[in-house]
Write a protein that binds this ligand. Sequence first.
Ligand SMILES: [Zn+2]
Ligand SMILES: [Zn+2]
Length: 346
Amino acid sequence: MPELRHDPVQRRWVIIATERAQRPHDFQVDRALPQAQNCPFCTGHEAATPPEIAAFRDAAAPNAPGWKVRVVSNKYPALRIEGDLERAAAGQYDRMNGIGAHEVIVETPDHDKDISDLPIEHIGQILKMYRERLIDLQRDPRFRYILIFRNRGAAAGASLEHPHSQIIATPVTPRTVAVELQSAREHYAVKERCIFCDIIVDELRQHSRIVTADDDFVTWCPYAARFPFEMMLAPRKHAADYAAMDDAQILRLARHLREVILRMKDSLDDPPYNFLLHTAPSYQMQRRRPGYWSTIEQDWHWHIEILPRLTKTAGFEWGSGFYINPTAPEDAARYMRDVRVPVMER
Ligand SMILES: [Zn+2]
Ligand SMILES: [Zn+2]
């Protein structure tokens, strides 16, 4: 059973998950990713994964070929779904059982197609699956936050080449999200406006950091970007919860996201990258907890962060929490804005 341990000095939780890698040689860096013939996510290899949790498929039988998007439990989960939290003191420390969910969304049966190679309708199915899993996992009162993310390329932490996203539901709100939630709440308390809406209005007015914008979504390089070509994508209209999007909005997001990824890939020659979704915490359940804030639907604005992995975090970053970004976000945005991407209707 994995365990969550609290660091009282840094005020952060760490997952101790010893089943994932026990021996020093499991930590080899820059290992080659497995080839398609023994890839557990390829179509025809359904038996190599834990049983399906959900899928969009043409054929009726689960755990067999015929699917387009498939969700399974992670075979080496960082957190486990069964059991109770058993929050406890351990001497002067705090700990709890590593309860949570760790799922993999296999995005396509095709090993060699990245998300931006797929038709909009298929990307839409991936993004709909995000919504379905969020709605399902938000029902579990043990989970405070559900993070969906995507690692592409070994340098971005992917252990399999086959295009996939991951979902981790945690019994505590991750610190990075907690800081964002706190800022948004405090901004709203003073100004009665959403901090993200304020930023979006300002970015659209200035335009220098906009990568692309359409009627529904906008992507820009943040003013204080940590990494070169870091991007933020958000709906233009205020919305706290990703899972509240309807099918038509999701299709428009698919179109926007594909364009953004194509601009990034073209500018940077297919870089490794991480992408993460910061939606609202599972507030439907949490709301009943005393002291849970009531303005979350007004103060939080869901967004996706896209982080190309072009630089390595080293001692200074780890020691200080500062980042040194060698590319001005205005330059990165202009570069990606100027890329000519093919206009594809499907
Ligand atoms: Zn594969
Ligand atoms: Zn907003």
